[in-house]
Write a protein that binds this ligand. Structure first.
Ligand code: GDP
Length: 487
């Protein structure tokens, strides 16, 4: 089938195999129902159980979200600092996510928080301090996921594990007494869960929580995280059965959640589709190369060497010849040469300039025509500025529209790019001491993002453990030895 499937896309494809519901206003968010036209077939299909649970969750967001009586009552209780009497079966519970750092971090945090909200029947609301509301459409029909400005707790970005409401304090006070902790949780007007990189052993006991049943009765959970914590949910026995029903294929979690949740707003969609139509659509083959440098914004020779070594060793880009080749045979002269589009992304344009020059200066050994493009070069990270974040989202999305992809290790930007595309990347290892690593890259085990700050604790045995060895589908990442990913 051709990449360009506009004519043949059926309603089922348009709704991404049942992930989406019809009925949204199409014009206000073109990407929602049009992204299928730009995609090869879905890399993974949603299970019937996931589809059912998504519909139930949408109903919950409508019943509990901002603008409802339930929300007004719950917010009023929070404002008055009321000790609540625990929640009964009917009342609404909430998860307020405070994402931070770059857009890739934010997107991984939202996907993780959404899955946690789905598992625990909480309405998900997003702090407005980020540009997420400017670059993404609302995912839930008839309900907003943006936290109202009037939310009683201000400066959510300043909350840390040190506040008295933190899960850390709750766990420490109760000292293993689950009933006591559940009582303590229900005496607080909210519980704050800190999953920052600097969080402690006690904060991370959150990942075993349901067993201890601390949070079950807390109507408001506020959470700070900048990353993908889904692998840790798969280690909690409380969620095991449900997660297995939701995701029979464990490597599909981010891919499916992202297709459900993340629909670029019309301005971002314009950036995506115009670039795609101008530079990617008509090539025979598309390669994405995501360059993320953590050692500073100036160009580094060892990183260029790494990109070239990786793409050569893995046969992702053709070799070049030093001699001018003979004129093409008559049959090939009429435009039958294969064309390869290379989409590069990065803050600097230096790597792109070098690779483009390589294929301009010399012919390829295969006779392929190689075109190299980079949508932007922002030079410095300026997260939170809408136009900057729009470009970042457009580029992550475009990376996902390629056929094969090389990413930079440790980068959440890269994880989102390959995860959205359903692509198993070649990951370039993070260089140490300004030296090209050997090998320069490696094919990943799955398309899933890596969790950077995992727990080191086994919920079952209640002891420290190597959490990459507990279940077959949660393993250590290629690019970060202590990280965890689903495979
Ligand atoms: P990470 O730092 O690589 O994990 O990814 P994040 O997305 O969380 O943060 C990096 C931020 O820097 C991005 O969100 C962008 O704002 C900016 N940035 C980094 N690389 C690129 C790039 O290739 N293109 C664009 N447009 N922005 C980038």
């Amino acid at each position: 089938a051709s990449f360009w499937q506009l004519a043949s896309t059926s309603t089922k494809e348009k709704l991404l195999g049942g992930l989406l519901v019809p009925g949204f206003d199409e014009r206000s968010c073109l990407s929602r129902y049009h992204s299928a036209f730009y995609r090869k077939t879905m890399a993974r299909s949603p299970s019937a159980h996931l589809i059912k649970r998504l519909r139930e969750h949408e109903a919950l967001q409508r019943r509990c979200g901002p603008g409802t009586e339930a929300y007004r009552a719950a917010a009023a209780r929070l404002r008055s600092g009321h000790r609540n009497n625990g929640t009964d079966g009917d009342s609404c519970k909430y998860l307020v996510l405070v994402p931070y750092r770059g857009l890739g971090n934010n997107i991984l945090a939202v996907a993780s928080a959404f899955l946690y909200a789905l598992l625990t029947d909480r309405a998900l609301l997003l702090d407005r301090e980020t540009s997420l509301g400017d670059v993404l459409c609302e995912p839930f029909p008839g309900a907003t996921w943006l936290l109202p400005q009037s939310f009683p707790i201000k400066n959510l970005q300043n909350l840390t594990g040190e506040v008295p409401e933190s899960y850390r304090h709750l766990v420490r006070q109760s000292d293993g007494d689950a009933a006591g902790a559940a009582g303590a949780a229900s005496r607080r007007s909210y519980v704050f869960v800190d999953l920052d990189h600097s969080c402690t052993y006690h904060d991370k006991l959150f990942f075993c929580d349901d067993e201890r049943r601390f949070l079950r009765r807390a109507p408001w959970v506020l959470m700070r995280t900048d990353g993908y914590f889904v692998p840790a949910l798969f280690l909690n026995p409380a969620y095991e059965g449900e997660l297995h029903r939701l995701f029979p294929r464990k490597d599909a979690v981010f891919y499916l959640l992202a297709h459900y949740l993340f629909h670029p707003t019309n301005k971002v969609w314009g950036l995506i589709t115009r670039f795609h139509d101008s530079y990617l659509k008509n090539s025979d083959d598309r390669l994405g190369i995501q360059v993320r440098v953590f050692d500073g914004d100036t160009p580094f020779q060892h990183i260029l060497d790494q990109i070239l070594a990786c793409t050569s060793q893995e046969n992702l880009l053709p070799e070049v010849v030093t001699q001018e080749p003979p004129p093409p045979a008559a049959a090939a002269a009429g435009g039958a040469r294969r064309s390869k589009a290379v989409l590069m992304t990065g803050l600097s344009s230096w790597y792109y300039e070098n690779i483009r020059w390589k294929y301009w200066q010399s012919a390829t050994a295969t006779g392929e025509a190689v075109s190299v493009y980079q949508p932007s070069h922002e030079e410095h990270q300026l997260s939170g500025y809408t136009t900057h974040d729009m470009k970042a989202l457009a580029e992550m999305y475009l990376l996902g529209m390629t056929d094969r992809i090389v990413t930079s290790g440790w980068s959440t930007f890269g994880y989102v790019g390959h995860g959205l595309g359903g692509l198993t990347p070649w990951i370039m290892f993070r260089p140490e001491n300004h030296t090209t690593p050997s090998p320069p890259c490696r094919r990943a085990k799955s398309m899933e993002p890596c969790m950077h700050g995992p727990p080191f604790y086994d919920c079952r045995t209640k002891h420290g453990a190597d959490t990459g060895k507990l279940v077959p589908h949660v393993q250590h990442c290629e690019d970060m030895s202590w990280g965890l990913k689903l495979v």
